[in-house]
Each structure stands twice: as structure tokens, then as C-alpha cells.
Write a protein that binds this ligand. Structure first.
Ligand code: GLN
Length: 476
């Protein structure tokens, strides 16, 4: 009731949630209360969780903040949702995001932008901005986001909450609407590191419905964070503290790291030399995968469909006019006129997708096209491997690697909207973890003199969630 009340009072400003069904939430709570009274409740009984609108929940709209899915209702639960329901969590509502998780500000959305709870002139980050803001504005205990290039960690940093991207394959992607399948990860937002550990413990695990999910046993993360981490070896990559980083953030993080050192951590300089190719590599590979994944929105099987009758009318008119002009039917045949179904496909997509999504479909189609495949897609795959190797080498020497989560605090609403490259640069510190498939967590590191929060990121080797959780807990 408290969270529902907060949502009622503040969501019109923050715009973190795109839908909340009060009656359904109360029904869940009543059922769970009965189970608690009977002593049969699950391990997450009563945890109130917001869900990014890209994760399928049976009977709920799953729109990905896109017009093309504005009327789409899921007929099944994502594996993570099933798991949360089995443990009696309360799913309070669907959170705002950048369309199809493409963006860094939660401004590319049919619902209008989310606004930073610390200052409503500023963005919340993205693409899981609604989930970050919901936790920051105390509208729920925790939330789920997805992270393809930084979409959990960067908004966590901008909103002053904890956000964790697990190792690729640690959490099932079944029921997560695909953006870039070799990068996409579901993960938690929370108010503290312990809650992130508890939630991850219940999200992670093998899943027969996702053949990329890992069969490795899930560790007891909550117990691990409760234990002392011993002497942590923390790698400090110079590439992550260089040009472009806000001075105050650099200073703030360096000061905090010195404190950690006093508490017994060892700071080790490491190098990740291919980091500078991260953004370019990501935007080739992620858009390539997106162009393929988004081909399914055809206006036929589900989602938005353009007005077919109108299309047929238009086409018959075009044909008549061409015939009049050309005079012969051969000329008409030679004319490049769509079939009605192709026109329907084009028009549905033209009407349904937003500008950024279209930009990426075109870019991805280009880098995959026959003449350019080797030069772009093939090359980028090789660079991806080099970036991964950098991390493997560094993790020979250290337990975790530390960096700022983002180069700046949240920027003003609208500031980067006409400048996609500037927008892409927000992910300069988070993107490499997705390219390498490793895990990362953002923890609040301080408040800037501009009044906005910023985070620090700990990255760990694949399946070393325990290490980053412990480092984050120690830092917290
Ligand atoms: N900002 C990045 C992008 O737009 C990452 C998004 C994400 O992690 N989903 O692709």
C-alpha cells in the first residue's frame, strides 16, 4: 500500500512506471500474506519488484515502449518472472525504457521520458531508466532491467542505486524481448548490495528454454556478501580514468579507493588496451543483431498493423495512374510497385518504430550486407575477441576491475537527443563488459556538486559475481 501510494503521488512527475494495476497488486499481496500466515511462503515473499517493459509477463502488455507493440499482450511468463512468482515476490508494475532497449536516457519512448528523482530537469539514464528511477524514488524494493551495453549500470549510476549486470548466460533470456542476443542480460536494481545478491540468487540458473543459459550451479550470493571479502585485489585500468571523465567523479572515486586500500584492499594498475574500440565494435555487432531480431515485427503476426484496406486502395490508385501515364501493360509491369503485403510490411514498420530503432535497423542491415560484411561485421567480431582477451589477461592478476560507471552525471533532458554519437559515448565504460560477456555492478559512489549522484563500477571475470558483490559491499 505504501509503494502504491508513492507511485500515485510521484509517478506523474518521475514517469518510472508505464502501468500499475492496483487491484492485481493487492490480490498478489493478499495471496502471499495467506501463504506467510500458513508458513508456506517463498524466499522472496513480500519483495516488491518493478519489471522493465521488455520482459514478458503473462496477461500483461509488453510494449518495449514501442508503438509497434503498443497492443501486444504476452501469453506467457519469462523464466525470471516465473521464478519470482514461485518465490512469492510481488510484481508491482511495468517500467519505462528506451524503445527496444536502444538508448541511454529513457527518452526514446512512446510514454514520454522518465525524470531523475534527484532533479526532474535531468534524465534517468537508460535504457532501463524506469526501473532505476522506480527504486530511487522508493516506488518498490527492487526492479528488473536488461543490460546489453550498460542499460542497468548506467541508469543505476545516474539515479544513485545499485545495478548489476550478471555474466552473459547466468540468467535465462527466455521471455526477454531480444535486442542483441549475444549481449542481452537481465539483472537487478536495488537500494543496497545485499538485495542485489538476494535477487540475483533467484534469477540465475540453467533453463531448458534458453539454450545459451549456463548449467553452472548458482552460488549463494547473499551468504557470500555477508562474509568478509578478505584481501581484495582491485585492478585500476588507466584507460578508464583518462580524458572525457568528469574531474569531480575521478577525484571522488580515487578518494574512495584510497579508503578501500586503507581497509586492506590492494590496488593494482592494469591495462585494457582495446577498450577504445569498444563503442565502435558494439555499435556494429549490436545493430547487426538488432536488424535481424527486429525483422519479426512484420505487422502480420502480432503488434501494430498499418491499415490494409487503405494500402490496397492506394495501390490500385497508383496502378491506375501509372497505366494512364504508361499506356501499355508491359510498362506497368516494369514499374516498381510493391505487392500489397510488402507495402503492409513497410508501412507497419514505418509507423511502428521510432527514429533510433530505424537508424539501428538500417545500420545493422548495412554492416551485414554482402559487400561490407567482412569489413565491418567480421572485423568487429575479431576486435570483440581482443577485448575479451584483455580482460582475461587482467583477471590473471586481480579479482575485480574498478572504473567509473559513466563519464558524467545525468545530463539534461533533451540535451543529447539530436546527437546519437554523444548519446552512445555514455556507455564508454560499461560496454566492454558486454562485449567480453563478464559481470559488472554499479554502486553509488557519491553526490556531485551539481546535486546528482554518480556510481562506481566493479567488473569481474565470467561467473565471478561473488567477487564483484563483495567488492561492492565493501565499497558501499
Ligand atoms: N545505450 C546502449 C544502446 O543504446 C546500451 C543499451 C542497453 O544496454 N540495452 O545500445
Amino acid at each position: 500500500e505504501e509503494y502504491l501510494q508513492t507511485i500515485k503521488e510521484t509517478n506523474s512527475e518521475v514517469n518510472a512506471f508505464v502501468s500499475v494495476d492496483d487491484e492485481d497488486v493487492r490480490k498478489q499481496a493478499t495471496n502471499i500474506q495467506q501463504k506467510i500466515d500458513a508458513g508456506t511462503a517463498g524466499k522472496l515473499a513480500g519483495m516488491v519488484i518493478g519489471v522493465k517493459d521488455v520482459i514478458c509477463e503473462k496477461g500483461k502488455k509488453v510494449t518495449c515502449a514501442s508503438h509497434i507493440l503498443h497492443n501486444f499482450e504476452s501469453v506467457y511468463d519469462a523464466t525470471v518472472i516465473k521464478k519470482l512468482k514461485n518465490e512469492d515476490a510481488i510484481l508491482i508494475g511495468r517500467t519505462n525504457m528506451d524503445e527496444f532497449a536502444m538508448g541511454s536516457s529513457t527518452e526514446n519512448t512512446i510514454y514520454g521520458p522518465s525524470k531523475n528523482p534527484a532533479n526532474s530537469d535531468f534524465v534517468v539514464g537508460g535504457s532501463s531508466g524506469g526501473s532505476a528511477a522506480a527504486v530511487a524514488a522508493n516506488m518498490c524494493d527492487t526492479s528488473l532491467g536488461s543490460d546489453t551495453g550498460g542499460s542497468i549500470r548506467q541508469p543505476a549510476s545516474y539515479c544513485g542505486v545499485v545495478g548489476l549486470k550478471p555474466t552473459y548466460s547466468r540468467v535465462s533470456r527466455y521471455g526477454l524481448v531480444a535486442y542483441a542476443s549475444s549481449f542481452d542480460c537481465i539483472g537487478p536494481f536495488s537500494k543496497n548490495v545485499t538485495d542485489a545478491a538476494i535477487l540475483l540468487e533467484h534469477l540465475a540458473g540453467d533453463d531448458p528454454m534458453d539454450n545459451s543459459s549456463s548449467a553452472k550451479p548458482v552460488e549463494n550470493y547473499s551468504e557470500a556478501v555477508a562474509e568478509s571479502s578478505g584481501k581484495l585485489k582491485i585492478g585500476v585500468p588507466k584507460e578508464y580514468f583518462g580524458e572525457g571523465l568528469d574531474d569531480e567523479i575521478r577525484q571522488g572515486i580515487e578518494d574512495r579507493l584510497k579508503e578501500l586500500e586503507k581497509d586492506g584492499a590492494e590496488l593494482v594498475p592494469v591495462t585494457l588496451p582495446h577498450m577504445k574500440y569498444g563503442i565502435a565494435t558494439y555499435y556494429i555487432l549490436a545493430t547487426a543483431e538488432a536488424s535481424s531480431n527486429l525483422a519479426r515485427y512484420d505487422g502480420i503476426r502480432y503488434g501494430h498493423r498499418a491499415d490494409f484496406e487503405k494500402i490496397e486502395e492506394e495501390l490500385s490508385l497508383e496502378r491506375k495512374e501509372l497505366k494512364k501515364a504508361a499506356g501499355t501493360s508491359t510498362a506497368l509491369e516494369a514499374a516498381d510497385i510493391d505487392s500489397p503485403l510488402i507495402r503492409l510490411y513497410k508501412k507497419s514498420r514505418t509507423e511502428g518504430f521510432g527514429t533510433e530503432v530505424k537508424r539501428r535497423i538500417i545500420l545493422g542491415t548495412y554492416v551485414l550486407s554482402a559487400g561490407y560484411y567482412d569489413a565491418y561485421y567480421g572485423k568487429a567480431q575479431k576486435v570483440r575477441r581482443l577485448i575479451k582477451q584483455d580482460f582475461l589477461d587482467a583477471f590473471q592478476q586481480v579479482d575485480v576491475i574498478v572504473s567509473p560507471t559513466a563519464p558524467t552525471t545525468a545530463f539534461k533532458l533533451g540535451e543529447n537527443q539530436d546527437d546519437p554519437l554523444q548519446m552512445y559515448l555514455n556507455d564508454v565504460y560499461t560496454i566492454s563488459a558486454n562485449l567480453a560477456g563478464i559481470c559488472g555492478i554499479s554502486v553509488p559512489a557519491g553526490t556531485h556538486s551539481n546535486g546528482l549522484p554518480y556510481g562506481v563500477q566493479f567488473m569481474g571475470n565470467t561467473f565471478h559475481e561473488v567477487d564483484i558483490l563483495r567488492a561492492a559491499k565493501q565499497f558501499e
